[in-house]
Design a protein around this ligand. Structure first.
Ligand code: NAP
Length: 348
């Protein structure tokens, strides 16, 4: 089914230059185009909400990574939830709610050949809200699930430490680890975030790293008396070193991200305490969530069940202002201003 979209306008944010350090407004350009109409087999999606992710900073850089960089002049890559505005594809009907790599723009025209690359799939809002589909049922939740379950291999009674604990990935890691019977210690910036993960999410403790390196060391000593069995690392840098110094024998470290290093203009700070891996017969392994795409449905079904049963909750931090608000909103991830999964609302 198709409806005419010939008169619709599409505001977009494009990568104008590769940033040095923290991205600036001049690193972006703003364009306006007709939304367009789908050709045979294609779909036009109206963006409703976009996922803002720390990984976006890496996609802006030149060089080899797990995914090609965003080209200069291209619409900035972003995952999002949208509504099908026009369709010439029998798998999608006008009004369907979908998830896909929609980009920082108000409309995403997807040709038939690009449907798979865009990862366009229908989602069911009975399983979770739009925010939750970008959070616990979306990419961050999949990262938490497969990082913890496949690499962390949690066993009941083990001690799990997770940094970025109040963020998108961290909040789900901690709650899932509790469900699996572990003792969970978060690390987050500030008393409000630490209080929330303990009081609302049920973590056993949370260390405020902004109180300084000694607070991290003392907190780990106090809350992990038998050492750390699993460390889910979202931040890298000094906190990774502090946790390395507290490993239990046979520990597993999931290298999920290193947000403390993403805006560096100097080389990435590597772990000084890596010989703790040797002493403790421990293992440190990187992960990229997209490798688990063929099993997302398993994680979604399990976590949608926890949400429904009230055993898991989620927090999203929704920024209003449409695509024009994107440059400033993205920076919140690096200052820690976001409290929960950062979402940019584009339309109702
Ligand atoms: N490997 C994968 O496939 C994959 C997939 C998704 C995400 N990730 C990674 O997972 C990590 C978390 O991503 P997310 O989407 O859940 O983001 P998030 O935690 O919701 O937001 C980022 C948080 O990082 C913290 N932060 C910022 N600068 C920091 C610093 N210098 N030191 C310590 N903490 C800092 C801030 O929290 P505080 O207020 O607590 O400082 C901020 O709220 C990122 O490293 C991301 O790249 C990896």
């Amino acid at each position: 089914m198709s409806s005419s979209t010939a008169t619709l306008t599409n505001h977009q944010v494009r990568l104008a230059r590769r940033p040095e350090g923290s991205p600036k407004r001049e690193d972006w350009s703003f364009t306006t185009e007709p939304a367009g109409e789908p050709a045979e087999g294609g779909v036009l999606v109206q963006t409703l909400s976009l996922s803002l992710d720390p990984a976006m900073r890496g996609w802006m850089n030149e060089g080899k990574s797990y995914i090609p960089p965003v080209e200069l002049g291209a619409v900035m890559r972003a995952g999002g939830v949208g509504r099908v505005a026009a369709s010439r594809n029998p798998a999608f009907a006008v009004g369907d709610i979908v998830y896909g790599t929609l980009g920082v723009q108000e409309y995403c025209l997807v040709a038939q050949d690009d449907i798979k690359r865009t990862g366009l799939v229908k989602i069911d809002l009975r399983a979770g809200t739009i925010g939750q589909w970008l959070n616990v049922l979306g990419m961050p939740g999949m990262t938490a699930y497969f990082g913890l379950m496949d690499i962390g291999l949690p066993k009941g009674g083990e001690t799990v430490v997770v940094s970025g604990a109040a963020g998108a990935v961290g909040q789900t890691v901690g709650q899932l680890a509790k469900i699996k019977g572990c003792r969970v210690v978060g690390i987050a910036g500030g008393a409000a975030k630490c209080d929330w993960v303990v009081k609302e999410l049920g973590f056993d403790a949370c260390i405020d790293y902004k109180a300084g390196p000694a607070a991290v060391r003392d907190g780990l000593k106090a809350h992990c008396p038998r050492g750390v069995d699993i460390y889910f690392d979202n931040v890298g840098g000094e906190i990774l070193d502090a946790v390395l110094a507290k490993l239990a024998r046979g520990a597993r470290i999931i290298i999920c991200g290193a947000i403390s290093q993403y805006n560096n203009t100097t080389p990435v700070q590597g772990p000084k305490n890596y010989l703790s891996l040797l002493v403790n017969r421990a293992r440190m392994q990187g992960m990229v969530v997209f490798d688990y795409a063929d099993r997302y449905h398993v994680a979604i079904a399990e976590m949608a069940g926890y949400l429904k049963e009230g055993r898991m909750s989620s927090r999203e931090d929704v920024v209003e202002g449409g695509v024009a608000a994107f440059p400033e909103a993205l920076l919140k991830l690096f200052t820690g201003e976001n409290f929960g999964k950062l979402v940019l609302k584009i339309a109702d």
